[in-house]
Design a protein. Structure first.
Ligand code: HEC
Ligand code: HEC
Ligand code: HEC
Ligand code: HEC
Ligand code: HEC
Length: 351
């Protein structure tokens, strides 16, 4: 079965069979053989029911009929605005995008991916890691790039995916691009846990700063923000106060080359060391330390993110002494007051 010869819905069903969240429809399965009733080319909706929040997943397992339920605050698969937060939900992300036109347009997984051509990493069609992926359908942006992005054409701030498919997904000890192609609106990052695209590159800037620019450049109406959201760097606020789902995504951004280009290297060292001191989730420690290794001449042996608390304290003391010299020191009092307000509920990120 060649998906290129199928309708959008039937082609995407092949990928969504594995790259979407769904619960099997018990009555479609043969109880004797327990054979998955879906075959490539068939209708996935007969075999399984998609879910868009873990609350909905639980309801489906209890045999309740499907209806859209909003993600609860600590949902392990979706941010508060419904955007997937893990990999394997690429279909959900794409389907939530205006580009997808609910499956009635041209967009499908193989608009950008090929299982047989292109580089094996990410399995993209040739050139689809560039703006060509978007010019397929948004041709006019080719001539208006810098005017649209307000960054020079060569800047990473002019790569469409950096604003419209940012790294808001976590799994496998790293971050990934979201497949929900959307306008980076401030409101989708207030109270939802989902870090804002601009602030995943501009790590030294506040959400208020982003909001001001979006107002001036694109006429976006302002959202009510707290005093801290207005003035404190968004990355700092998240690492200090947000739950571990958000912390792990923000920590991952510190080793992203475009974020270094936008945010410099003169301040992250002491901050990341203090974050590591307070962090109880090994995955966040791993990515925070990956940031230190990327930004400074720090070696893998300098910190064991799985080490005993005593070992880690000794290692971090040494790192802090080295990095305090290289960086503008962070006012520790400001950080301590941030950590004081941290709510740190247990979270489980499911794939
Ligand atoms: C039978 C299950 C299955 C089907 C069907 C499937 N995939 Fe995957 N896909 C996977 C798994 C599992 C991985 C992760 C493999 C790994 O990292 O070892 C993956 C990985 C990928 C990757 C990432 C490769 C990388 O370098 O990280 C892409 C892109 C991808 N799949 C796209 C697709 C598309 C597009 C389709 C439909 C044409 C599709 N897949 C169909 C299971 C599936
Ligand atoms: C296969 C065609 C197709 C591709 C490829 C595509 N888009 Fe779209 N996009 C559309 C269509 C159709 C719409 C809806 C247009 C409308 O409603 O006027 C849209 C809408 C959008 C919107 C508006 C979203 C909203 O919520 O209002 C943005 C932003 C966008 N696209 C960005 C991108 C970016 C960035 C890429 C590349 C990563 C991309 N698109 C690739 C077809 C596509
Ligand atoms: C508009 C283009 C576009 C469409 C449509 C698209 N993808 Fe992707 N996808 C990308 C890009 C670009 C990347 C590579 C991201 C990167 O560079 O990190 C990617 C990466 C992936 C990955 C690897 C994630 C990772 O970081 O390991 C998977 C899996 C994947 N896509 C699956 C899908 C599936 C399944 C569909 C359809 C439901 C789909 N994609 C539709 C552009 C697209
Ligand atoms: C620096 C961030 C940034 C980059 C990079 C960027 N965009 Fe946008 N884009 C935005 C913002 C912000 C909006 C919302 C504008 C508005 O509300 O009028 C937007 C809106 C859009 C829309 C919807 C327009 C509408 O009228 O609804 C499309 C389509 C779009 N962008 C496509 C692209 C494409 C294609 C690229 C790459 C060639 C790209 N964008 C690069 C920030 C960016
Ligand atoms: C992928 C990284 C990236 C993203 C995403 C990004 N920028 Fe930038 N931005 C840069 C870089 C790098 C520069 C430095 C100058 C340049 O390259 O154009 C910059 C410069 C700027 C500047 C001018 C310098 C300054 O610090 O005042 C502003 C303002 C700005 N960006 C705002 C935004 C806004 C608002 C968004 C989201 C709509 C955004 N950027 C998204 C990378 C990014």
């Amino acid at each position: 079965m060649n998906p290129a010869r199928l309708s959008v819905e039937r082609a995407d069903a092949i990928c969504a069979h594995c790259h979407a969240s769904h619960v099997p429809n018990a009555d479609a399965w043969d109880r004797e053989t327990v054979t998955d009733p879906f075959n490539a080319g068939g209708d996935l909706r007969r075999a399984a029911t998609m879910f868009w929040s873990e609350a909905e997943q639980k309801a489906l397992y209890r045999g309740k009929s499907p209806r859209r339920m909003q993600p609860e605050p600590l949902d392990g698969r979706f941010w508060g605005d419904g955007t997937p937060l893990t990999t394997a939900l690429e279909y959900q992300g794409m389907a939530l995008s205006a580009c997808y036109e609910d499956g009635h347009g041209r967009m499908k997984c193989i608009s950008c991916h090929s299982m047989h051509q292109g580089k094996p990493n990410f399995q993209l069609r040739d050139g689809m890691e560039t703006n060509a992926a978007c010019y397929q359908c948004h041709e006019t942006y080719r001539d208006t790039l810098a005017a649209h992005t307000h960054h020079s054409a060569e800047s990473p701030g002019s790569l469409c995916t950096n604003c419209h498919m940012p790294y808001q997904v976590y799994s496998l000890l790293t971050t990934h691009r979201t497949h929900r192609i959307s306008v980076p609106r401030v409101k989708d990052s207030v109270g939802t846990g989902k870090p804002h695209a601009c602030n995943l590159c501009h790590l030294d800037k506040s959400l208020g700063w982003t909001q001001d620019k979006l107002g001036v450049w694109y006429g976006h109406a302002p959202e009510p923000l707290s005093e801290e959201e207005k003035k404190d760097p968004s990355a700092l606020l998240h690492l200090g106060q947000s739950d571990a789902r958000t912390r792990v995504v923000v920590a991952g951004a510190f080793s992203w080359p475009p974020a270094r280009e936008a945010s410099g290297t003169g301040w992250q060292g002491p901050l990341l060391v203090r974050v590591l001191e307070k962090e109880r989730y090994p995955a966040v420690r791993y990515l925070g330390f990956r940031g230190l290794r990327f930004l400074y001449d720090v070696e893998p042996a300098d910190y064991d993110y799985l080490g005993s608390p005593a070992k880690r304290t000794t290692q971090l003391d040494a790192l802090r002494r080295r990095l305090d010299e290289r960086c503008r020191p962070y006012p520790p009092a400001a950080l301590d007051s941030l950590f004081l307000k941290r709510k740190d509920p247990d979270v489980i990120i499911n794939e």
